[in-house]
Write a protein that binds this ligand. Structure first.
Ligand code: GDP
Ligand code: MG
Length: 373
């Protein structure tokens, strides 16, 4: 019996079955299914393919399933939640500068004074009081690695393109990743403060890729910005909120928290520290939390300013203390009513993990997953 989650890629399935991905592809072809290496397979396809190789399949739940259960919430229990945004783009086009500018400039009075920590995610409040959460893991590697683990953590992608450069290979890759994931894109045409900036040239290049920006009559929002002077950044955030409004992002805050791990590590003084994006429900001090194969009671929570939090609702990134180990980026987080429940699932996950790594004969790191995608 092969234990897998739905929507693993053909490549990952090959590793689990200990066959080459070409064997998977040709098997699929002989069955009249055409799949590519990185294509995510649904339950039916996985079952058929595994059967060809002599395996029965047992599906374990992924975070996607947990979040789909969201739809079983009553409409009146759902409230609007903040968009979760990832910034992607070619190296040196200004991803870090943009993230830093937004983080520094959008500090509201009540959170001023704290020292900003890099915890992998942060949230800001715009002038008119709207919240936006940012994943502070620039680069598509993190994005794809998270998705490879089944976490759909991004509502909107900002694609940063330097106006003094061109659309570069990593720009194209970022666009491609967002499209494959079905995540709406907003183009941030950066470095317009530079004398040699040619934002119109970038829009033309986008048009040549069939990505027509709004001011040219297309459907993609774009904004000329400077991550150095701050020009256009308020407007960019307004466009993010506009996109979010169209998406009608909602979640039920009145239930056990569900979320994803952004990053986790061992801190000498504080034990295991995990940054978590709460996606639905509300996480509270004392909750029994399970992340990957690790569980524990939430001992303390902090925001990116180091401010203590008692609770964290949907679309809130928090740093959490109390887990028994460090889960991996992209692992799902869930709160259980009893410690026993959490422990049982943690143990069975550990078992599955052991079997899978035996079968794949090596532990696949997040990085490798990211690179293979
Ligand atoms: P990343 O690799 O995409 O994270 O890019 P960085 O944020 O590290 O920026 C690369 C370089 O471009 C750095 O030297 C930044 O100071 C510079 N830079 C980023 N944004 C701007 C901008 O809007 N204007 C100018 N003049 N320089 C910028
Ligand atoms: Mg950077």
């Amino acid at each position: 019996v092969l234990k897998v989650t739905e929507f693993i890629s053909a490549n990952d399935l090959a590793a689990l079955l200990d066959v080459s991905v070409n064997q998977i592809i040709s098997t699929c072809m002989s069955l009249g299914m055409f799949v590519s290496i990185n294509q995510r397979l649904d339950a039916e396809a996985i079952t058929i393919i595994a059967d060809e190789f002599g395996y029965d399949v047992e599906f374990t739940k992924s975070i996607e399933d947990e979040l789909v259960e969201e739809s079983s919430d009553e409409e009146e229990d759902l409230i609007e939640r903040a968009p979760i945004v990832t910034i992607m783009g070619h190296v040196d086009h200004g991803k870090t500068s943009l993230l830093d500018y937004i983080r520094m400039s959008k500090v509201t009075a009540d959170e001023a004074g704290g020292i900003t920590q890099h915890i992998g995610a942060y949230d800001v409040k715009t002038k008119d009081g709207h919240k936006i959460a940012f994943l502070d893991t620039p680069g598509h590697e993190a994005f794809t690695a998270m998705r490879a683990r089944g976490a759909k953590l991004t509502d909107i992608a900002i694609i940063v393109i330097a106006a003094d450069d061109s659309i570069m290979p990593q720009t194209k890759e970022a666009i491609n990743h967002a499209q494959v994931a079905g995540v709406p894109m907003i183009f941030a045409i950066n470095k317009v403060d530079k004398p040699n900036a040619r934002p119109e040239k970038i829009k033309e290049e986008l048009a040549n890729m069939n990505l027509l920006v709004e001011e040219w009559g297309g459907k993609y929002q774009s904004q000329d910005i400077s991550a150095k002077t701050g020009q256009g950044i308020d407007e960019l955030l307004e466009k993010v909120l506009l996109e979010a409004e169209i998406l009608e992002l909602k979640a039920n805050p009145d239930k056990n928290a569900v979320g994803s791990v952004i990053e986790a590590s061992l801190d000498k003084g504080r034990g295991y520290v995990a940054t978590i994006m709460v996606q639905a429900g509300t996480l509270r001090i004392g909750d029994v939390m399970l992340g990957g194969q690790h569980y524990g009671r939430v001992k303390a929570m902090f925001d990116h300013k180091g401010k203590k939090l008692k609770e964290a609702g949907p679309s809130t990134p928090v740093q959490v203390l109390g887990l028994s180990g460090a889960p991996q980026a992209g692992d799902s987080i869930k709160v259980y009513d009893t410690e026993r429940e959490a422990r049982e699932i943690a143990n069975s996950r550990e078992q599955i993990q052991r079997e899978q790594s035996l079968r794949t004969k090596k532990h696949i790191t997040l990085d490798e997953i990211g690179r293979r995608l």
